[in-house]
Ligand binder design. Structure first.
Ligand SMILES: Cc1ncc(COP(=O)(O)O)c(C=O)c1O
Length: 416
């Protein structure tokens, strides 16, 4: 891998304002190596331009106005929905705009959990982000059903033997992530969904770390619901998506009540619009949705397969470089045969992950240290947390070199 590989599919790092300075320095003059894309991926110019265009040229509300600018806002907003649908191989009316993966996961759990009770079970994995895990845990307390956790094998893959033991006729929902934000593990959704279907369970996928990073087809994935955030796929913050099969969305009651989701209201009762509008009460995040549409155009132009290949190659490269660092242990799949995401989690013996991330930050290497919103996972692994480097399509060999030398420096400083 060389400097050339900073560019994939003809893409230049110059597309990203935060990477535009030729010397690539942060505001304190430090080198800027952004290895925190799993927390939030940087935004390209095209996304900024799309949102700026909305605010400058047609910043009006959607679905209401009888004048050109409002009609344009509606058209662009709905076009974004069509673009997202295209990215997932879904129908536009199956795409609900939300604030992000967290809201999407809460929204669907809020509605499904109310139908469950004692004797019912929801199966999740021990790797789940709190957005999925805490949600089901809290509704379980409220409604009296049980949450079961599928554990990990020694190689940080999902324990499918345990999944087969746990998923049965009592399982009403299987809700797991596609790619782990903490370990980089890719979950075997095909096998899991087959098991879930055998028992008639509803299937939910937390695709926060996979949409825009690898091809997703909700038809072949065979899920009922899927959640993701715009900001993790080069889009804006504050916008996300809940995909739901049309008949499943149609059968759910609204989550919030208000404007835009209504067909008819009398003093006594109300009738709802169909999906997706039934789930988009109030003025939505119009600029965010338009920005998300531009992000879909962006990842599609680069090629989602190219992005996947690039991120995986970077993860492999990082794993091989970090293998040379004394006392460093990787938490996540290291076997080349295993599929994995662009996340590399590690600890160095005797060094707290916060201290490591702090020193790396001082060297201009942006990583994250902590539990990555996966405290039960960290507890099972017996760890206070890990330091996590995560890759985006703008990263390359130089960032990995910088990561390795900053880790060596941290070891020298903290173990001196
Ligand atoms: C796997 C996973 N699920 C859900 C979320 C929540 O996403 P958001 O904070 O954008 O709602 C994240 C964010 O880190 C994540 O990595």
């Amino acid at each position: 891998m060389n400097e050339q590989e900073y560019n994939i599919a003809g893409l230049s790092r110059q597309e990203f304002p935060m990477l535009q300075d030729a010397a690539c320095r942060d505001r304190n003059g430090r080198p800027f190596h952004y290895l925190d894309s799993a927390a939030s991926a940087l935004t390209p110019e095209s996304v900024l331009r799309a949102m700026d265009g909305y605010y400058r040229q047609y910043r009006c509300n959607v679905h209401r106005g009888m004048y050109d600018e409002s009609a344009r806002a509606t058209e662009e907003y709905e076009t974004s929905r069509i673009k997202v649908a295209g990215l997932l191989n879904a129908a536009p009316e199956e795409i609900v705009f939300t604030r992000g993966a967290t809201e999407s996961l809460n929204m669907v759990a809020y509605k499904l959990a109310a139908r469950l009770g004692p004797g019912d079970e929801v199966v999740i994995s021990i790797m789940e982000h709190h957005a999925n895990l805490v949600t089901w845990q809290q509704f379980a307390k409220q409604y009296g059903f049980k949450v079961r956790f599928i554990g990990l094998r020694d190689d940080f893959t999902l324990d499918m033997d345990e999944a087969r033991r746990l998923i049965g006729p009592q399982t009403k929902v299987v809700s797991v992530m596609h790619v782990s934000n903490a370990l980089g593990t890719v979950l075997p959704l095909g096998e899991l969904h087959d098991l879930a279907r055998q028992h008639g369970a509803t299937v939910i996928v937390d695709a926060a770390q996979s949409v825009g990073h690898r091809p997703i087809d909700v038809q072949t994935m065979d899920c009922d619901f899927l959640a993701f955030s715009g900001h993790k796929m080069y889009g804006p913050t504050g916008i996300g998506v809940l995909y739901g099969k049309h008949e499943r969305l149609d059968a759910l009651d609204p989550f919030l009540y208000g404007g835009d989701m209504i067909l008819e209201v009398t003093e006594e009762d109300s009738k709802w619009n169909g999906p997706p509008h039934k789930f988009e009460a109030g003025t939505p995040n119009i600029a965010g949705a338009i920005g998300l549409g531009a992000a879909v155009d962006f990842v599609t132009a680069v090629g989602v397969e190219n992005i996947e290949r690039h991120e995986r190659a970077l993860a492999r490269r990082a794993l091989s470089r970090l293998a040379d660092v004394p006392g460093l242990k990787i938490y996540g799949p290291t076997n080349d045969e295993l599929d994995r995401g662009g996340v590399v989690s590690f600890n160095v013996e005797g060094i707290h992950p916060h201290d490591m991330a702090d020193i790396l930050g001082g060297e201009g290497v942006c990583t994250r240290g902590g539990h990555h919103c996966a405290m039960p996972l960290m507890r099972r692994l017996g760890l206070p947390g890990t330091t996590r480097a995560s890759f985006g399509l703008y990263n390359g060999e130089k960032d990995i070199e910088a990561l390795q030398s900053a880790i060596l420096k941290a070891i020298k400083t903290l173990k001196a």
